[in-house]
Design a protein around this ligand. Structure first.
Ligand code: ZN
Length: 105
């Protein structure tokens, strides 16, 4: 698992990047809209590759809806690994989300 990559160091780098890139660079930018970016996305999926992961030229600031759309597109071509800052999967149909319901204990 590459989840350890998204630790303290990432949070700090990500916050700094969003300060420098406060506006969504996704579809919003293409459409001439200004949306507040809240996600730093890897243009090329890093798949655990540290060099790609920390390569800022591979980062793009996205608003949440562009990020979700981006991940949905990835989902169609493979697996989705997106999750929120608190580690909850973005996909509402994800088994992590579903498994919280209906368990008797
Ligand atoms: Zn956007």
């Amino acid at each position: 698992m590459a989840s350890t990559l998204y630790g303290y160091k990432w949070k700090k780098a990500r916050a700094k990047f969003l300060k420098e890139h406060p506006v969504c660079e996704g579809v919003c930018k293409e459409d001439g809209r200004v949306a507040a970016a809240s996600v730093v996305d890897h243009v090329i999926p890093h798949r655990g590759d540290l060099e790609l992961f920390w390569d800022r030229s591979n980062w793009q600031a996205l608003c949440k809806s562009c990020h979700d759309r981006h991940k949905q597109r990835l989902e169609k071509s493979g697996t989705v690994t997106g999750c929120t800052e608190s580690g909850v999967p973005l996909d509402p149909n994800h088994h992590w989300v579903k498994s919280k319901r209906g368990k008797g204990g």
